[in-house]
Each structure stands twice: as C-alpha cells, then as structure tokens.
Design a protein around this ligand. Structure first.
Ligand code: NAD
Ligand code: TYD
Length: 342
C-alpha cells in the first residue's frame, strides 16, 4: 500500500542510509526528507536519489513550527521518522544549547504537527546512551528497555528528554509513537568526526590517531543497514507506545578498533596518540536486543569483521565525499545546487 514517509535528518549518516533502504524496498512509497543541513548534513550524500519522482528534499529546521506544519499540510504523511538531531557527544560538551533546542524542542515540534495532521506513526530514533554506562568489569550486564534512564552527557540527556516527551505524548494525547534505542552505528556516509570514520580518514592521510584516555572504553557496534532494517520493522510491525533496543552484541574497546583499522589499511600503530580523556566519558555500552528479536524477528545480518571491511572499502572508494567534508568544501554544495533556484 502506498504511504508517504517524512524522514527528518535524512542528509545525515543514518537517515541517508534509511532513505536508500526505503526507496530500494518500497517502490510505491513517497519519501520526503526534511533536513536543516547543519554542518553534519550533506546534500551530496542524497545526490543519487534527488531526481527520483517519489523523493523530495526540503531544507527546513524541525524546530520551525510554521515550516513543519506547511510541509505536513502539503504531504499529509502517514509516517514520520525522526533522525534529525545534534549527535556528537564532544560538541554537546562544548556547546549544549543547540542540543536542547534541536533534540528536545524539535522533537516536540514534530509531534505537535503529527497530532494536528493525524499522523499514523511517529517514530523517534533514540540511542542506547540514554541508559548511561555500564562498568567495564561486569560483562554480564546489558541495557534492557527497562534499564532506568541515567544520562552522562548533554547529548544523551537531550535524547533522554525527548524520549520522555515522546512517551508523554503517547500517554496524554494517544499519539501513536514508537522509539528505537540503538547502539553505535558504523558504515558509509558516517561523518568523519566520529571514531571509525575519523580514524580511517586520519590513517589514510598518515595523521595521528587520537585515542581518548587509555582507549579502554567499550562500544557495541552495529552496521548501519541493520539499524535501518530494524526501524523499517518497527514502523510497520512494532507495537505503538513501545521502546525497542537495537544492537548486535558486538562490543569492542576503542583501542582494538583503532588497531584493526591500522591493520586493514597497512598503517603503523605508531600513528596512535593517546590524548586527554573526554569529560564524563561513558565506560561501556551494551544492548540486550532480545525484545526486538522476540517480537519482530530482527537479527543483525552483518558481522563486524565483514562490516568494517566494507566500510573501509567505501571510504577508500569515496575519498571525495569525506575529503570535501574534512576541507569544509561540502558546505558550498547546497548553494551550488539550490542557490539560484527559486
Ligand atoms: P548525523 O549528525 O550524521 O545527522 C544528523 C542530521 O540531522 C544532519 O543531516 C543534520 O543536518 C540534521 N539536523 C540537525 N539539526 C536539525 C534541525 N534542527 N532540523 C532539521 N535537521 C537537522 O547523525 P546520525 O549519526 O545519522 O544520527 C541520526 C539519529 O540517530 C540521531 O537522532 C542520533 O541521536 C541517533 N543515533 C545515532 C547513533 C550513531 O551511532 N550515529 C546511534 C544511535 C542513535
Ligand atoms: P563517538 O564516535 O564520538 O561515539 P559515542 O561517544 O557517541 O559513543 O566515540 C566512540 C568512542 O570513541 C568513545 O568512547 C569516544 C572515543 N573516541 C576517541 O577515542 N577518539 C576520537 O577521536 C573520537 C571521535 C572518539
């Protein structure tokens, strides 16, 4: 059945991969991307789909009520999937305000429009970081959907605040919502300020590989396509008002990831440089994905050993994409594409 899906933040890492997944799988769906194109949004990422008749890109801020309502009025979406966010923990430590604005107020603004236009599903893309961290010496502990929210950074606090609002809109107004809380993603189009793409880009340029603290912190890595498939399942088959954890039981210490990248690229480990630790650095994230497996049959399909090879290959074959980002040139792309277009 034909549906219209608004994907916010679709010019970013996971949102763009989700758009490719949806356009590839549902030929009769209309996919509308709403994105502000912040420093993290890159329209060139969507270049291959910009001319598709069932795809539309709209540059707007999710906090802009008038713009959001005008788009909903025009498109009458069936489903809204909210990826739009400020997503980098280090930036949230430097400047928290924009995180509160986009991640909290933006989510509330979108839900207001969903109520007004009777949207059948609002899906909030959240993160395992809302659960805080786990100790390094308790490998038996995992985050379940019932783990209390216990955040560490302004980023995770803003995401947890949004989650609470989403659940409040469900209980108070009966808005049909769902939430996914995923572990760290990796794959193509990952902005090169995050661990894996930053290390690949720096290693390729023979630049130092800055590891925070001792590199012992553990993250639970999931290939981005597996996350997109999980969200696809949740918006179509997941229960309204529910939270689903998404993760692939793939925990790795940061230093092991960096050493693996050196090995895959044939670069010396002497590039590794230990730098001052992140303030409030979460020790370990680890998701228990039993609920989404039990209820929706989701299981990750890409093993880390294969996913990291595919990812490195993608960065090798798409140097222009990340080199224009590293040089800041990508910011001119929108102006070149749309500057003179009325
Ligand atoms: P990203 O930073 O790569 O992309 C964010 C996108 O949102 C960009 O295109 C940006 O332009 C857009 N955006 C930012 N502020 C906006 C605003 N006010 N209005 C409209 N658009 C705006 O982020 P990502 O890594 O793709 O993450 C997407 C979502 O997934 C986020 O909500 C994040 O919290 C969540 N998440 C990310 C991970 C991860 O490992 N990257 C893991 C779990 C959950
Ligand atoms: P990041 O990709 O920022 O994701 P998150 O903090 O949301 O998990 O960082 C992943 C881990 O890598 C985290 O423990 C911080 C660490 N890290 C470094 O050691 N060096 C770096 O340059 C970056 C960006 C991250």
């Amino acid at each position: 059945m034909k549906k219209t899906v608004i994907v916010t933040g679709g010019a970013g890492f996971i949102g763009s991969n989700f758009i490719f997944h949806m356009l590839g799988k549902y030929a009769d769906y209309r996919i509308v991307c709403l994105d502000k194109l912040t420093y993290a949004g890159n329209l060139s990422t969507l270049e291959s789909v910009l001319d598709k008749p069932n795809f539309r890109f709209v540059k707007a801020d999710i906090c802009d009520r008038a713009a959001v309502c005008a788009l909903f009025e025009e498109e009458k979406p069936d489903i809204v999937v909210n990826f739009a966010a400020e997503s980098h923990v280090d930036r949230s430590i430097e400047s928290p305000d924009v995180f509160l604005q986009t991640n909290i107020i933006g989510t509330a603004t979108l839900m207001g429009a969903c109520r007004k236009y009777g949207v059948a599903r609002f899906h909030q893309v959240s993160t395992d970081e809302v659960y805080g961290d786990l100790p390094l010496d308790r490998p038996d502990l995992f985050f379940t959907e019932n783990t209390p929210l216990h955040t560490s950074s302004p980023y995770s606090s803003s995401k947890a605040s949004a989650d609470l609002l989403v659940l409040a809109y469900y209980r108070t107004y009966g808005l049909p919502v769902s939430i996914s809380r995923c572990s760290n993603n990796y794959g193509p189009y990952h902005f090169p300020e995050k661990l894996i793409p930053l290390m690949i880009a720096n290693a390729l340029n023979d630049k130092p590989l800055p590891v925070y603290g001792k590199g012992e912190n553990v993250r639970d890595w999931l290939y981005v396509e597996d996350h997109c498939k999980a969200i696809d399942l949740i918006i179509h088959k997941g229960r309204v008002g529910e939270v689903y954890n998404v993760g692939g039981h793939n925990e790795m210490a940061n230093i092991d990831i960096v050493k693996l990248i050196c090995k895959e690229l044939g670069k010396p480990e002497s590039l590794i440089t230990y730098v001052a630790d992140r303030k409030g650095h979460d020790l370990r994230y680890a998701i228990d994905p039993a609920k989404i497996h039990r209820e929706l049959g989701w299981l990750p399909e890409t093993k880390f050993a294969d996913g990291i090879k595919k990812t490195i290959k993608w960065y090798l074959e798409n140097r222009e994409w990340w080199e224009t980002i590293v040089s800041g040139e990508y910011k001119d792309y929108y102006e070149r594409m749309y500057g003179d277009r009325k």
